[in-house]
Design a protein around this ligand. Structure first.
Ligand code: ATR
Length: 278
């Protein structure tokens, strides 16, 4: 039987997920479709009930429904529950079970490019931002055993709220955004998770980069443009950089694995997607 997958969101017309999942289907030798279902906020509930009437193997959930979908699920994975957001739903014998693959996808993407970071978990990490994406990444790092993960956010209270369920051993200091520049060079990995620098505001930068620690990794989850001004400035100062589009690929890899049990290697998709976006 043909597999049937979707992505729901609003707006979602320009999603890259069909491009990614159609390749996964092909590489896994599976017959199936992956379509876009753009749902207007006013008809969300009605559309979800309609989806429940039709056969579907799984779907992705994107902005603005990652939290709104939760009451419609029959079950939720513990990690997704802690984050409070679901981006992947699998249909298991008629029951909808929610997962979140963003944070673990991010870790996989980092491991693919910089395996030493995951081998040696002693590094100091700074996350910039405290929204949904930051939450997923924070708890993926926390669960992976990183124990020094600081946060900075425009609204410090949101960062304080975010760390509520952390492991007792994890040390997380909340730094004011206006002060963070002073401390940047102390970190081994800095992860920019806010929307600052996203097209069309490509010259905006959340923080300007002073001198950096040798071997430091600067990561930005914004992928439009691929080379954000944050990454460009870091690169010019000699930092190792990590692109946001890779997180998109690896979170999709994990979603596909949850749906089908097949972990499809990313291979050249990283370079192919980079070309599409550049
Ligand atoms: P996502 O789910 O993509 O992470 P989100 O939950 O809306 O999106 O979070 C957006 C993040 O970007 C937040 O950390 C937000 O800061 P606040 O918590 O202070 O709102 C941050 N952000 C967005 N625009 C910003 C700006 N112009 N300057 C600083 N931070 C910004």
């Amino acid at each position: 039987m043909e597999l049937c997958f979707k992505v729901i969101g609003y707006p979602v017309k320009h999603s890259l997920s069909p491009w990614i999942h159609e390749q996964f289907l092909r590489k896994a030798n599976l017959e199936g479709t992956y379509t876009i279902n753009e749902i207007e906020p006013a008809s969300f509930e009605e559309e979800i009930y309609q989806m429940k009437e039709n056969p579907i193997d799984g779907f992705n959930v994107t902005v603005p429904y990652k939290q709104k979908i939760i009451p419609f699920l029959d079950g939720i994975d513990a990690y997704a529950e802690k984050i409070g957001a679901v981006n992947t739903v699998v249909n298991k014998a008629g029951k909808w079970i929610g997962y979140n693959t963003d944070g673990i996808g991010y870790l996989r993407s980092l491991e693919a490019k910089y395996p030493s970071v995951l081998e040696n978990r002693s590094g100091r990490i700074l996350i910039i931002g405290a929204g949904g994406a930051a939450r997923g990444i924070y708890y993926a790092l926390d669960e992976a055993g990183f124990r020094a993960i600081d946060l900075t956010n425009r609204t410090a209270a949101k960062a304080n709220e975010l760390i509520r369920f952390k492991n007792k051993e994890t040390k997380s200091t909340i730094i004011l955004l206006k002060d963070v520049k002073k401390y940047l060079e102390e970190y081994d990995l800095v992860i920019q998770t806010t929307s600052v620098g996203m097209k069309p505001n490509i010259n905006d930068m959340i923080v300007s980069i002073p001198s950096l620690k040798p071997q430091m990794i600067l990561s930005d989850i914004v992928y439009q443009p691929i080379r954000t001004s944050f990454l460009r400035q870091g690169e010019a100062k000699g930092a190792n950089i990590h692109f946001g589009h890779t997180m998109l690929l690896y979170q999709a890899q994990l979603a596909f694995e949850i749906w089908t049990g097949v972990k499809v290697p990313i291979g050249n998709m990283d370079q192919d997607l980079q070309q599409i976006l550049e």
